[in-house]
Design a protein around this ligand. Structure first.
Ligand code: ZN
Ligand code: ZN
Length: 410
């Protein structure tokens, strides 16, 4: 049995928003076994002196696309699955090195990637998957040009979505994704930026189709996540039983209250628009898409205030594509323009863990949880940028009791 005892530092209590001193934490194999005020008696354990640093739970990014290896999703879908798999391993390794020990993939990642991670073939965070996102024709998952009526490359690993129209087809598509290992179902319920022919405000899928998808998912014990920006689209999603509301940039206070009452969780993704605005065009974002960025970017910060005031829990998402993944950690300081550091940390741990269906297993230092740990030089409750300066400020990264970075001995 591999055992470590961490001592001599401060443990971040995300729920209380405090650092706790004088505690010791025992890791046994892949789990946290004990957190104690006195010295932990474990003679065979390796004792690791934190040297006054902060020990905190690994971060959870609840909205990523690890198979989006290019900004241009149509080009991405045309690539061979083998190159997508290898590139996505690199994308995930970098996410792990930024301190993200769990990812919820919001379209594209498949069971094969999850198997490769679980078998230890690649160094990557835990991965929660939904398979392909369901999109209607001319929806956010339909990235074909107007004059292109060939079928979508939807069998390719590089395709984030699949097209399904009508109640029968969406039921079948939902069941197929569940068969293929989906842990929740993703639908495109509103126009989007990275797709060419759907303005932001268009509603996608009929109520009947969304209700059918929710029924199929819930029959299997799963929930539905919807890509949604406009207030009308968010409200309709909530009314149809969607539980995970992605983006939500244009939400109103009334809809935010309705969503909170319905037990939904929002997953804002502000850095996605910052990344696209900064460099999207350089990396092949088409002009129709680029013209849509500011519609959602400007409202993003305001939406955080609205959702916080309505008591709608917010997870942490980045939603970056291709070459823009490098901006992932910038989501922290974007959010702290509006929210407290503790609120942002809660998003990136406790609340995102709920969307992963792993509430007691990740995003916490409680005994029984996975030993997904970061050792941080600094206090993220006071200075959130320590998480953005990960190369410098993360002294160690552990996932499931295994160190993927450890500079403590240096
Ligand atoms: Zn989306
Ligand atoms: Zn997305």
């Amino acid at each position: 049995m591999t055992r470590y005892v961490f001592f001599g530092g401060k443990l971040l209590d995300v729920d209380a928003g405090t650092l706790r001193e004088g505690l010791e934490l025992l890791v046994e194999n892949d789990r946290i076994a004990q957190v104690s005020e006195g010295r932990i008696d474990a003679p065979d354990a390796e004792r690791i002196d934190l040297g006054g640093r902060t020990l905190m739970p690994g971060l959870v990014d609840a909205h990523v696309h690890v198979v989006a290896t290019l900004v241009n999703l149509a080009e991405n879908a045309a690539l061979p699955s083998s190159v997508i798999a290898l590139r996505s391993a690199g994308i995930m390794r970098k996410m792990l090195m930024r301190g993200f020990t769990t990812l919820r993939d919001l379209a594209g990642a498949d069971l094969g990637l999850q198997m490769a991670i679980n078998e230890g073939e690649i160094d990557a965070p835990r991965l929660v998957i939904c398979g392909k996102a369901l999109s209607q024709t001319v929806g956010h998952g339909d990235y074909r040009a107007r004059y292109d009526n060939r079928p979508l490359h939807q069998a390719s690993l590089g395709s984030l979505g699949r097209i399904a129209d009508g109640v029968d087809e969406v039921r079948r598509a939902t069941r197929e994704e569940i068969k293929n290992g989906a842990q929740f179902i993703k639908i495109m319920a509103n126009g989007g930026v990275a797709s060419p022919n759907d303005p932001i405000h268009v509603l996608q899928y009929s109520r009947e189709e969304i209700i059918a998808i929710v029924e199929e998912a819930e029959n299997y014990g799963l929930y539905v996540a919807a890509h949604t920006y406009s207030d009308a689209s968010i409200r309709r999603a909530v009314e149809c039983g969607v539980k995970s509301l992605e983006h939500c940039n244009l939400i109103t206070p009334e809809t935010a209250r309705l969503a909170a009452e319905a037990g939904a969780i929002a997953c804002p993704t502000l850095v996605a628009y910052e990344g696209l605005a900064l460099e999207g065009a350089n990396f092949g974002l088409n002009p129709d898409s680029a013209a849509k960025i500011d519609t959602v970017r400007v409202a993003g910060l305001e939406s955080l205030k609205i959702m916080r005031d309505a008591g709608l829990p917010m997870a942490f998402g980045s939603d970056l594509l291709g070459q823009l993944h490098k901006y992932q950690s910038m989501e922290f300081s974007l959010r702290t323009r509006v929210l407290s550091n503790q609120e942002v940390l809660l998003s990136a741990t406790r609340i995102s863990a709920r969307l992963c269906g792993m509430e007691d297993e990740i995003g916490t230092l409680a005994p029984g949880a996975y030993a997904d740990l970061l050792i941080v030089d600094g206090n993220p409750l006071e200075d959130i940028t320590v998480l953005e300066r990960h190369d410098e400020c993360l002294s160690a990264i552990m996932k499931g009791g295994v160190f993927y970075k450890n500079r403590l001995a240096e």
